[in-house]
Design a binder for this molecule. Structure first.
Ligand SMILES: Cc1cc2nc3c(=O)[nH]c(=O)nc-3n(C[C@H](O)[C@H](O)[C@H](O)COP(=O)(O)O)c2cc1C
Length: 250
Protein backbone atom coordinates (compact mmCIF):
# COMPACT_ATOMS: atom_id res chain seq x y z
CA UNK A 1 0.00 0.00 0.00
CA UNK A 2 2.77 2.42 0.97
CA UNK A 3 4.68 1.75 -2.23
CA UNK A 4 1.50 2.19 -4.25
CA UNK A 5 0.88 5.61 -2.66
CA UNK A 6 4.45 6.66 -3.35
CA UNK A 7 4.18 5.48 -6.97
CA UNK A 8 0.99 7.46 -7.66
CA UNK A 9 0.64 9.07 -11.10
CA UNK A 10 -2.44 10.73 -12.52
CA UNK A 11 -3.67 8.68 -15.49
CA UNK A 12 -5.40 10.57 -18.31
CA UNK A 13 -5.47 7.93 -21.10
CA UNK A 14 -7.40 4.69 -20.69
CA UNK A 15 -7.82 1.44 -22.61
CA UNK A 16 -11.30 0.37 -23.74
CA UNK A 17 -11.45 -2.31 -21.03
CA UNK A 18 -14.58 -1.85 -18.93
CA UNK A 19 -14.48 -1.93 -15.13
CA UNK A 20 -16.33 -4.97 -13.81
CA UNK A 21 -19.26 -4.43 -11.50
CA UNK A 22 -17.43 -6.29 -8.71
CA UNK A 23 -14.35 -4.07 -9.03
CA UNK A 24 -16.49 -0.94 -9.11
CA UNK A 25 -18.36 -2.09 -6.01
CA UNK A 26 -15.10 -2.85 -4.19
CA UNK A 27 -13.63 0.60 -4.82
CA UNK A 28 -16.94 2.30 -3.95
CA UNK A 29 -17.11 0.29 -0.72
CA UNK A 30 -13.57 1.46 0.12
CA UNK A 31 -14.62 5.05 -0.65
CA UNK A 32 -17.54 4.83 1.78
CA UNK A 33 -15.31 3.40 4.53
CA UNK A 34 -13.45 6.73 4.77
CA UNK A 35 -13.66 8.57 8.07
CA UNK A 36 -16.57 10.99 8.07
CA UNK A 37 -17.84 13.75 10.32
CA UNK A 38 -19.97 12.38 13.14
CA UNK A 39 -20.87 9.24 11.20
CA UNK A 40 -23.34 11.29 9.15
CA UNK A 41 -21.83 10.57 5.69
CA UNK A 42 -23.17 13.80 4.27
CA UNK A 43 -21.98 13.09 0.74
CA UNK A 44 -23.20 11.20 -2.31
CA UNK A 45 -21.25 9.55 -5.09
CA UNK A 46 -22.68 9.64 -8.61
CA UNK A 47 -21.20 6.95 -10.86
CA UNK A 48 -21.58 7.74 -14.55
CA UNK A 49 -20.95 4.87 -16.97
CA UNK A 50 -23.48 5.87 -19.64
CA UNK A 51 -21.82 7.30 -22.78
CA UNK A 52 -24.62 9.81 -23.38
CA UNK A 53 -24.48 11.24 -19.85
CA UNK A 54 -20.66 11.44 -20.05
CA UNK A 55 -21.11 13.43 -23.28
CA UNK A 56 -23.48 15.78 -21.48
CA UNK A 57 -20.99 16.20 -18.63
CA UNK A 58 -18.02 16.87 -20.93
CA UNK A 59 -18.57 20.62 -21.60
CA UNK A 60 -18.73 21.31 -17.84
CA UNK A 61 -15.26 19.76 -17.66
CA UNK A 62 -14.03 21.93 -20.54
CA UNK A 63 -14.22 18.86 -22.79
CA UNK A 64 -11.20 17.27 -21.15
CA UNK A 65 -10.99 13.99 -23.10
CA UNK A 66 -10.92 11.80 -19.98
CA UNK A 67 -14.63 12.48 -19.39
CA UNK A 68 -15.79 10.73 -22.54
CA UNK A 69 -12.86 8.30 -22.79
CA UNK A 70 -12.80 6.91 -19.24
CA UNK A 71 -15.10 3.96 -18.58
CA UNK A 72 -16.26 5.59 -15.33
CA UNK A 73 -16.73 9.22 -14.32
CA UNK A 74 -17.39 9.48 -10.60
CA UNK A 75 -18.71 12.70 -9.06
CA UNK A 76 -18.46 13.29 -5.31
CA UNK A 77 -21.04 15.67 -3.89
CA UNK A 78 -21.80 17.19 -0.52
CA UNK A 79 -25.27 15.95 0.31
CA UNK A 80 -27.53 17.18 3.10
CA UNK A 81 -30.62 16.22 1.09
CA UNK A 82 -30.55 12.61 2.31
CA UNK A 83 -29.72 13.46 5.93
CA UNK A 84 -32.34 16.25 6.11
CA UNK A 85 -34.95 13.91 4.68
CA UNK A 86 -34.17 11.32 7.37
CA UNK A 87 -34.47 14.05 10.02
CA UNK A 88 -37.84 15.11 8.60
CA UNK A 89 -39.13 11.54 8.87
CA UNK A 90 -37.87 11.24 12.44
CA UNK A 91 -39.20 14.45 14.00
CA UNK A 92 -35.69 16.00 14.09
CA UNK A 93 -34.93 19.55 13.00
CA UNK A 94 -31.72 19.79 10.96
CA UNK A 95 -29.75 23.04 10.87
CA UNK A 96 -27.05 22.36 8.34
CA UNK A 97 -27.28 25.06 5.71
CA UNK A 98 -24.29 26.82 7.26
CA UNK A 99 -20.58 27.15 6.46
CA UNK A 100 -19.39 24.78 9.17
CA UNK A 101 -21.66 21.94 8.03
CA UNK A 102 -20.75 22.61 4.43
CA UNK A 103 -17.02 22.55 5.12
CA UNK A 104 -17.35 19.28 7.07
CA UNK A 105 -19.28 17.73 4.20
CA UNK A 106 -16.67 18.92 1.69
CA UNK A 107 -13.94 17.28 3.77
CA UNK A 108 -15.96 14.05 3.96
CA UNK A 109 -16.60 14.02 0.20
CA UNK A 110 -12.88 14.54 -0.46
CA UNK A 111 -11.84 11.80 1.96
CA UNK A 112 -14.22 9.41 0.20
CA UNK A 113 -12.83 10.46 -3.18
CA UNK A 114 -9.23 9.89 -2.13
CA UNK A 115 -10.13 6.48 -0.66
CA UNK A 116 -11.66 5.62 -4.01
CA UNK A 117 -8.55 6.85 -5.83
CA UNK A 118 -6.25 4.70 -3.71
CA UNK A 119 -8.54 1.69 -3.94
CA UNK A 120 -8.78 2.07 -7.73
CA UNK A 121 -5.00 2.19 -8.07
CA UNK A 122 -4.72 -0.94 -5.94
CA UNK A 123 -6.98 -2.68 -8.48
CA UNK A 124 -4.64 -1.69 -11.34
CA UNK A 125 -6.86 1.17 -12.44
CA UNK A 126 -5.70 4.73 -13.09
CA UNK A 127 -7.44 7.91 -11.94
CA UNK A 128 -7.61 11.59 -12.75
CA UNK A 129 -9.24 14.24 -10.54
CA UNK A 130 -11.18 16.97 -12.33
CA UNK A 131 -11.03 20.40 -10.70
CA UNK A 132 -13.50 21.63 -13.30
CA UNK A 133 -16.29 20.21 -11.12
CA UNK A 134 -16.37 23.33 -8.97
CA UNK A 135 -15.73 25.62 -11.96
CA UNK A 136 -18.97 24.55 -13.61
CA UNK A 137 -20.97 23.11 -10.73
CA UNK A 138 -24.29 24.52 -11.97
CA UNK A 139 -24.08 22.66 -15.25
CA UNK A 140 -23.16 19.40 -13.46
CA UNK A 141 -26.10 19.87 -11.08
CA UNK A 142 -28.38 20.09 -14.12
CA UNK A 143 -26.95 17.07 -15.92
CA UNK A 144 -26.86 14.82 -12.85
CA UNK A 145 -30.23 16.15 -11.61
CA UNK A 146 -28.85 17.02 -8.18
CA UNK A 147 -31.57 18.24 -5.79
CA UNK A 148 -31.31 21.07 -3.23
CA UNK A 149 -28.57 20.62 -0.63
CA UNK A 150 -26.49 18.56 -3.05
CA UNK A 151 -23.45 20.18 -4.70
CA UNK A 152 -20.70 18.47 -6.72
CA UNK A 153 -17.26 18.92 -5.15
CA UNK A 154 -14.87 16.82 -7.15
CA UNK A 155 -14.83 14.24 -9.92
CA UNK A 156 -12.53 11.32 -10.61
CA UNK A 157 -12.26 9.59 -13.97
CA UNK A 158 -11.32 5.92 -13.66
CA UNK A 159 -10.10 3.34 -16.14
CA UNK A 160 -7.28 0.97 -17.03
CA UNK A 161 -4.15 2.93 -18.05
CA UNK A 162 -2.79 2.67 -21.58
CA UNK A 163 0.73 1.20 -21.84
CA UNK A 164 2.17 4.68 -22.55
CA UNK A 165 0.52 6.23 -19.51
CA UNK A 166 1.87 3.44 -17.31
CA UNK A 167 5.38 4.28 -18.47
CA UNK A 168 5.26 8.05 -18.03
CA UNK A 169 7.37 9.80 -15.40
CA UNK A 170 5.99 10.85 -12.07
CA UNK A 171 5.23 14.54 -11.51
CA UNK A 172 7.57 16.44 -9.23
CA UNK A 173 6.84 17.20 -5.60
CA UNK A 174 8.37 19.80 -3.31
CA UNK A 175 10.95 18.28 -0.93
CA UNK A 176 9.44 16.82 2.23
CA UNK A 177 11.28 19.26 4.47
CA UNK A 178 9.72 22.09 2.47
CA UNK A 179 6.23 20.92 3.36
CA UNK A 180 6.49 19.46 6.86
CA UNK A 181 7.03 21.49 10.02
CA UNK A 182 8.04 19.94 13.31
CA UNK A 183 6.05 20.83 16.41
CA UNK A 184 5.30 24.39 15.30
CA UNK A 185 5.17 26.24 11.99
CA UNK A 186 8.48 27.73 11.00
CA UNK A 187 8.10 30.51 8.47
CA UNK A 188 10.33 30.44 5.41
CA UNK A 189 13.23 32.83 4.93
CA UNK A 190 13.87 33.78 1.26
CA UNK A 191 16.76 31.33 1.10
CA UNK A 192 14.45 28.44 2.00
CA UNK A 193 11.89 29.42 -0.65
CA UNK A 194 14.75 29.54 -3.17
CA UNK A 195 15.87 26.06 -2.14
CA UNK A 196 12.43 24.46 -1.97
CA UNK A 197 11.31 25.62 -5.44
CA UNK A 198 14.69 25.23 -7.20
CA UNK A 199 14.11 21.68 -8.42
CA UNK A 200 10.67 22.53 -9.86
CA UNK A 201 12.00 25.68 -11.52
CA UNK A 202 14.87 23.81 -13.14
CA UNK A 203 12.81 21.04 -14.69
CA UNK A 204 13.23 21.30 -18.49
CA UNK A 205 9.46 21.25 -19.12
CA UNK A 206 8.94 24.09 -16.66
CA UNK A 207 11.74 26.13 -18.21
CA UNK A 208 10.00 25.54 -21.54
CA UNK A 209 6.65 26.81 -20.14
CA UNK A 210 8.36 30.01 -19.02
CA UNK A 211 9.93 30.51 -22.47
CA UNK A 212 6.80 29.63 -24.44
CA UNK A 213 4.66 31.97 -22.40
CA UNK A 214 7.21 34.76 -22.57
CA UNK A 215 7.31 35.03 -18.77
CA UNK A 216 10.20 35.81 -16.47
CA UNK A 217 9.54 33.11 -13.88
CA UNK A 218 7.63 29.88 -13.35
CA UNK A 219 5.62 31.57 -10.59
CA UNK A 220 4.34 34.01 -13.25
CA UNK A 221 3.14 31.06 -15.36
CA UNK A 222 0.90 30.14 -12.41
CA UNK A 223 -0.26 33.66 -11.50
CA UNK A 224 -0.63 35.13 -15.00
CA UNK A 225 -1.72 32.15 -17.07
CA UNK A 226 -2.78 28.98 -15.31
CA UNK A 227 -4.52 30.24 -12.17
CA UNK A 228 -5.23 33.94 -12.54
CA UNK A 229 -6.79 36.14 -9.87
CA UNK A 230 -9.46 37.17 -12.38
CA UNK A 231 -10.57 33.60 -13.08
CA UNK A 232 -10.43 32.60 -9.42
CA UNK A 233 -12.57 35.57 -8.37
CA UNK A 234 -15.12 35.09 -11.16
CA UNK A 235 -15.49 31.39 -10.42
CA UNK A 236 -15.67 32.07 -6.66
CA UNK A 237 -18.66 34.39 -7.14
CA UNK A 238 -20.38 31.77 -9.29
CA UNK A 239 -19.62 28.93 -6.86
CA UNK A 240 -20.99 30.93 -3.95
CA UNK A 241 -24.18 31.54 -5.96
CA UNK A 242 -24.45 27.82 -6.68
CA UNK A 243 -24.18 26.91 -2.98
CA UNK A 244 -26.89 29.49 -2.23
CA UNK A 245 -29.14 28.24 -5.04
CA UNK A 246 -28.78 24.74 -3.60
CA UNK A 247 -30.06 25.97 -0.22
CA UNK A 248 -26.95 26.82 1.78
CA UNK A 249 -27.22 30.12 3.67
CA UNK A 250 -23.63 31.22 3.27
C1 LIG B 1 -8.55 18.83 -6.87
C2 LIG B 1 -7.78 18.42 -8.10
C3 LIG B 1 -8.20 18.84 -9.34
C4 LIG B 1 -7.54 18.42 -10.50
N1 LIG B 1 -8.03 18.78 -11.71
C5 LIG B 1 -7.48 18.29 -12.84
C6 LIG B 1 -8.06 18.55 -14.09
O1 LIG B 1 -9.10 19.22 -14.20
N2 LIG B 1 -7.47 18.01 -15.19
C7 LIG B 1 -6.35 17.24 -15.11
O2 LIG B 1 -5.86 16.78 -16.15
N3 LIG B 1 -5.77 16.96 -13.92
C8 LIG B 1 -6.31 17.46 -12.78
N4 LIG B 1 -5.77 17.16 -11.55
C9 LIG B 1 -4.57 16.31 -11.47
C10 LIG B 1 -3.34 17.15 -11.15
O3 LIG B 1 -2.99 17.89 -12.28
C11 LIG B 1 -2.21 16.21 -10.71
O4 LIG B 1 -2.61 15.53 -9.54
C12 LIG B 1 -0.93 16.98 -10.44
O5 LIG B 1 -0.44 17.56 -11.63
C13 LIG B 1 0.15 16.06 -9.87
O6 LIG B 1 0.35 14.98 -10.73
P1 LIG B 1 0.24 13.47 -10.21
O7 LIG B 1 -1.12 13.27 -9.68
O8 LIG B 1 0.48 12.63 -11.45
O9 LIG B 1 1.30 13.28 -9.19
C14 LIG B 1 -6.39 17.60 -10.39
C15 LIG B 1 -5.97 17.19 -9.13
C16 LIG B 1 -6.65 17.58 -8.00
C17 LIG B 1 -6.20 17.08 -6.65
Amino acid sequence: MLQQLINHKTIRRYTDAPISEQTLNRILTAACRASNTGGMQTYSIVVTLDKEIKKQLAPAHFNQPMVTEAPAVITFCVDFNRFNHWCALRNAKPGYGNLLSLSSAIIDACLASQNLAVAAESEGLGICYLGTTTYNARSIIKTLKLPKYVVPITTITVGYPTAEEKEKQQEDRLPLDGICHHEIYEDYPDSEIERIYRYKENLPQNKQFVLENKKETLAQVFTDIRYTQQDAERISVELLDVFREQGFQI
